[in-house]
Write a protein that binds this ligand. Structure first.
Ligand code: FMN
Length: 201
């Protein structure tokens, strides 16, 4: 039985292509999964601000009630990541970057002393490695091109917190006509078949 953490960040709900590809992936994995779902479009995490950051830096026993509530946002997000065997993350391309909802979630995952630490030789990720699958849905074409702002950032961020077993399912050219979108989604579904077989093995 695998514990799957599903993180949706599309603003388009059930119509979101990244959300639909995630559902395809979960179905392909079969029924032997426990799902934890985080829909960032519903959860609406605020931008990280200093009062929340200060709550993290205050020892848990000394936190005010407000600081306890603020720290709980990050504590819960990190606990969900720690508990997962596999993490699925929807990553639509919005205005040449990741959705700000997803960035707000990343801002709760990066915690000094909990998910990373710095040493004299550099940073060390503290999360136990596990497969992370990104569902990168894009109107245009960016994969392996210099103007792909998402993939290098995702690799850098997840490696920083110790997650190195990263997989990317791309559906590109979704705004470039019906034929382009159809071909992209078919290619993504074929990738999903292969990857779910690999991860189930
Ligand atoms: C607000 C907004 C901004 C977008 N910006 C870009 C962009 O910069 N580059 C791109 O290739 N596609 C862009 N698109 C197209 C989306 O990447 C495409 O519709 C994709 O399907 C979004 O994923 P989703 O369906 O899971 O939300 C944008 C779409 C929206 C709604």
């Amino acid at each position: 039985m695998k514990n799957i953490l599903i993180v949706n960040s599309s603003i388009s709900g059930e119509q979101g292509q990244s959300n639909q590809l995630i559902e395809n992936f979960v179905q392909a994995l079969g029924s032997q999964v426990i799902e934890t779902r985080v829909d960032l479009n519903q959860q609406q995490l605020p931008h990280l601000a200093m009062n929340e950051f200060a709550a993290w830096m205050t020892p848990a026993a000394d936190r005010s009630l407000e600081q306890k509530e603020l720290a709980a946002l990050s504590d819960l997000s990190i606990a969900q990541v720690q508990a997962a065997d596999v993490i699925l993350i929807g990553v639509p391309m919005y205005n040449f970057g990741i959705p700000s909802q997803l960035k707000a979630w990343f801002d709760r995952i990066a915690r000094a002393g909990i998910t990373f630490k710095y040493t004299e030789t550099g940073s060390v990720g503290l999360l136990a490695d596990k497969p992370v699958v990104f569902f990168a849905t894009r109107g245009g074409i960016y994969k392996d091109l210099p103007h792909d702002s998402q993939t290098p950032f995702l690799k850098a961020f997840f490696n920083f917190v110790g997650l190195k077993n990263l997989h990317f399912i791309y559906a590109e050219g979704l705004s470039m006509g019906a034929d382009s979108a159809k071909a992209a989604l078919e290619a993504a579904k074929a990738q999903i078949e292969d990857l779910t077989t690999e991860l189930a093995a």
